[in-house]
Design a protein around this ligand. Structure first.
Ligand code: CA
Length: 230
């Protein structure tokens, strides 16, 4: 919940005191309101009492797995989660992003980089959509419930697919460049990894288009990006 001064509340779930202290100080200096938990149990309580705008979640915690807790957060709220891990194996990153983590950082990270990622996540349309529902053609996007339906039938989207659709929908009729997509949704991915973006767009198109081979809504603007048309 953005408080009266317009500052975002971030919940840090981190059991290493050195990291917790550094984040507490560093993020406060950056203008965030910081609440910190060392265990999942404490995080549970703070989620209820503080209604954070963003959660920074360590993967290895004394009373459980951050991955499982991330799933739980997404089942019960719209609060974005950035996973933080000491392990940098690709499996972890993929798992983290697949369960819908908004982003993923690996220790040791630079505070400046982390803050930039946090701000990018908080800027995402799905995190602070002003309009609750957008309807166009036979599609209906509900930003509060994070659901999409076509002709009244709900379409199942992954968190990433929804975020991507929400980004396009926030600029209906305008081209969204590939760079914007990557900056907003895949922080830190190199341009050589843009196949990930294409894969997601393709999957999204298969889900929201009646005839994915001849899309009517989600169009590719070759060499530039994408455009969602009503
Ligand atoms: Ca840990």
């Amino acid at each position: 919940m953005v408080n009266l001064e317009g500052r975002s509340v971030v919940l840090i779930v981190e059991d290493e005191p050195s990291y917790q202290d550094a984040l507490n100080i560093g993020l406060t200096v950056e203008g965030f309101i910081v609440v910190a938990a060392g265990t999942i149990a404490q995080a549970h309580e703070l989620m209820m009492s503080t209604k954070p705008d963003l959660v920074l979640l360590d993967v290895m915690l004394p009373d459980g797995s951050g991955i499982d807790f991330c799933r739980e957060i997404y089942d019960t709220s719209r609060i974005p989660v950035i996973m933080v891990s000491a392990r940098s194996s690709e499996v972890d990153v993929v798992l983290g992003l697949e369960i819908g983590a908004a982003d993923y950082v690996t220790k040791p990270y630079r505070l400046r980089e982390l803050v930039a990622r946090m701000r990018a996540v908080l800027r995402r349309p799905a995190a602070n959509a002003e309009e609750e529902v957008i309807t166009f053609g036979d599609l209906r996007i509900d930003f509060v419930r994070r659901t999409v339906s076509r002709q009244g039938r709900e379409i199942e989207l992954s968190r990433k697919e929804f975020d991507l659709l929400a980004l396009f929908a926030s600029r209906l009729g305008q081209v969204v460049t590939r760079e914007t997509c990557l900056d907003t949704l895949w922080w830190g991915l190199e341009l050589s990894d843009t196949r990930t973006l294409d894969t997601h767009v393709k999957r999204l198109r298969q889900k929201v288009e009646e005839d994915p081979a001849n899309p009517r809504h989600l169009l590719t603007i070759r060499g530039v990006g994408f455009r969602l048309d009503a």
